[in-house]
Design a protein around this ligand. Sequence first.
Ligand code: ADP
Ligand code: TRP
Length: 320
Amino acid sequence: MRTLTGLQPSGALHLGNYFGSIKQMLDAQEKEDLFIFIANYHALTSLKDGELLRQNTLDAAINFLSLGIDPNKSTFWVQSDVKEVLELYWVLSNVTPMGLLERAHSYKDKVSKGIPANHSLFSYPVLMAADILMYQTNVVPVGKDQVQHVEITRDLAIKFNNEYGEIFTIPEFRTSDEISTVPGLDGAKMSKSYNNTIGIFLNEKELKKACSSIVTDSTPLEEPKDPHSCNVFALAKLFLNEDEQDELILRYKSGKEGYGHFKMYLKELIWDYFEPHRKKREYYLKNSNEVKDILNEGAKKARVVARESIEKVREVVGIF
Ligand code: ADP
Ligand code: TRP
């Protein structure tokens, strides 16, 4: 079964990204034929600084490799390294009704936030459909905000297949209801737009500072505390098995420790958990040519599938 996902190269990753999305990709790579790429063409719709986009693209590759995306188990590349996707985007545009894109809420949301209503923003779902259909994808794991884009993809695939024959696999989306939202420093959803994140790759001093600034109530040190209403506990849980969680609950209830202690315990948990990934990242930062080689190899693998799809498409639509 082929699973495909595109990642926006959008800067520093946080614990919400890791537990809400990256861990699922690592699981998928063990069980499924995972195709995973950095969506740098899509990023152009919101990022107009060329140097920054180039840097973010390489950083994203380094971060995902460091966190465990394994090029021997999955196909990992940069979207723009397989240019055939732009050809498919144009071909698909010819079976895309305007009304379908006009109903896309992600477009309407972005425009209502003041982002200029460019054609690229409008046709974003068609490029995403090209990504998905090009690689004959069975399943697209997505957050709820991206479900409609996969539905649009299905509509286009069905329309194309009806007109030209069975060329594309019809993809399904997969959302995970059981994945809970990771809270940020203030208890709201951790998100870079709320400025309440704990970064995965902070240095030790920054991590200590971030953990210290988690909002807690004012229960004094010597009183028992309720772990279940505490943001520090909610974050610590992500790193603990059930026995370890029970131990921490007892510490909360004992009234012998204050929130400061729990915050430093959390800091240690995060620091230790990501230690091997930090090491790998330091290595890749120093050896970015190796990262570029991995991406090139990934693009070669992806292109084999892309060529096969695009040749069939050219044949049936009459491009030679
Ligand atoms: P942000 O909200 O920081 O802009 P993104 O929208 O770039 O994050 O999220 C990338 C992925 O990480 C998405 O799949 C999203 O569902 C997941 N994710 C982000 N924040 C959280 C969170 N607080 N809890 C769970 N998953 C999250
Ligand atoms: N639109 C996705 C996002 O913002 C990124 C993306 C581009 C994607 N192409 C894709 C995701 C294809 C899944 C499949 O997160």
